[in-house]
Design a protein around this ligand. Structure first.
Ligand code: HAM
Length: 415
């Protein structure tokens, strides 16, 4: 029997992992600028943690959790997102009353129908700010997002949609009014939207279904903005004024997000280069969650980047790192050759010295050097070790020369 990876799960190979590496370097650079430190939480958590946080009306909890009973009979789930685990961890450590600026990166799991840009195992970079009330922190969070887009060179391909959900009372009030309005059109809604109308009417605003769109286009639909206070609307305008020169911002009062824990600012970053799964960053404020999970009352805001989607937008820069292919033809002096190769690696941060590690003929090793995309080849044999002269080939120029160790050192430090 031949095994295959599970549906919606990807193997990431070397050629892709270079792109992942550059992506990590870019986001770490931005996070360092803000003094945000890394946390690592477990991939497995108690199932109920997600029911209580993400919410039992969310798609995630209803149909997407990977869950099982462990050998002790406890109900466990693979994390579908990182906010719940992080908040659980700071409450458990009794440090939720302190302020935190934290990030995490790693795999998340949702049993969704796989399609382009939608996987069952995907990767998120998440940022959480705890202990910072509405205002400056909201601006700083959007500033991090704008910096990330800029650092990755994708600001032109992205639009940040922002909305304000108000306090939990306002959210509930609007929810009730919207539900009452939509009830008159219930029969025209799709089966999924009818269910949403019962469990979380706000989600109907998100619906891509045509009949829902038609109803929502009606003049008399209750509008979120009419329920928001001056300060709420001001925050959206402030964000728009501060960042619109760097990235497109769209104030979008239909943006509600699919997780239940949000109140206050919510946002999503969309790109029309992504196809149907066009949202690659999502986040917002969740000031009630810590209290609801048994911690002290504490404000919090954060976001998560879908790294798999981001990867398709991001074009890695050409690496200026040069590749030297090291061919060891030495016999009894073999180990000396490796010593020389090690010394060369230590000479410059800009070189890769990749050895071929076979006894194949020189000809076939040179063929391999070309296949590996080498810029240079260094050939070391017994004679070269004794004489201290090495063969240096420039594969891009098609030239070859004999160099002393000193000349070699000079060449490599100037690459
Ligand atoms: P979310 O919107 O559910 O938010 O997910 C964030 C991002 O993860 C999405 O924008 C998307 O790019 C990516 N994503 C989600 N599901 C998939 C999938 N099946 N395949 C590929 N990518 C996917 C959260 O998870 C919140 N925890 C964000 C947050 C942090 N809010 C506050 N703090």
């Amino acid at each position: 029997m031949k095994f295959q990876s599970l549906r919606g799960m990807q193997d990431i190979f070397q050629s892709d992992s270079k792109k992942w590496h550059q992506l990590r370097q870019a986001y770490q650079l931005v996070l360092n600028r803000y003094g945000i430190g890394e946390v690592q939480n477990p991939i497995l958590e108690n199932l109920n943690l997600f029911v209580r946080t993400v919410g039992d009306s969310s798609d995630i909890v209803n149909k997407e959790l990977y869950s099982f009973q462990d050998r002790n009979g406890d109900f466990i789930a693979l994390r579908p997102e990182g906010t719940a685990g992080f908040i659980r961890s700071i409450i458990e450590k009794k440090i939720e009353h302190e302020s935190h600026k934290a990030y995490y990166a790693g795999p998340m799991f949702r049993y969704e129908r796989p399609q382009k840009g939608r996987f069952r195992q995907f990767h998120q970079l998440g940022v959480e700010y705890v202990g910072f009330p509405e205002g400056d922190a909201d601006l700083e969070i959007i500033s991090i997002v704008a910096d990330l887009l800029e650092e990755l060179g994708i600001s032109q391909k992205a639009v940040i949609h922002i909305n304000h959900l108000g306090s939990s009372e306002v959210k509930q009030q609007y929810c009730n009014v919207l539900k009452e309005f939509l009830m008159d059109y219930k029969d025209s809604l799709s089966e999924i939207d009818q269910k949403r109308l019962e469990s979380n009417p706000l989600r109907v605003l998100d619906s891509k279904d045509e009949s829902a769109q038609d109803i929502l286009a009606l003049q008399e639909v209750p509008r979120y903005e009419e329920f928001l206070t001056e300060e709420h609307l001001q925050l959206l305008n402030d964000i728009n004024d501060t960042f619109q020169e760097r990235v497109d911002i769209s104030i979008d009062h239909k943006l509600v997000r699919g997780l239940d824990y949000y109140t206050g600012l919510v946002f999503e970053v969309l790109s029309n280069e992504l196809g149907a799964q066009d949202s690659f960053i999502g986040g917002g404020r969740y000031d009630n969650l810590i209290l609801e999970l048994g911690g002290k009352e504490q404000s919090a805001i954060g976001f998560a980047v879908g790294l798999d989607r981001l990867l398709t937008l991001f074009e890695p820069s050409n690496e200026d790192r040069k590749k030297i292919i090291f061919i060891n033809l030495a016999g009894s002096n073999r180990h000396h050759a490796y010593k020389i190769a090690s010394n060369i690696r230590a000479l410059s941060k800009k070189v890769t010295v990749e050895s071929i590690l076979t006894d194949a003929s020189l000809k076939s090793q040179l063929r391999k050097a070309n296949k590996l995309g080498g810029d240079f080849v260094l050939i070391i044999g017994d004679d070269e070790i004794t004489s201290g002269n090495f063969i240096w080939k420039d594969l891009n120029e098609g030239t070859q020369e004999i160099v002393t160790l000193e000349q070699l050192t000079g060449k490599i430090t100037h690459l």
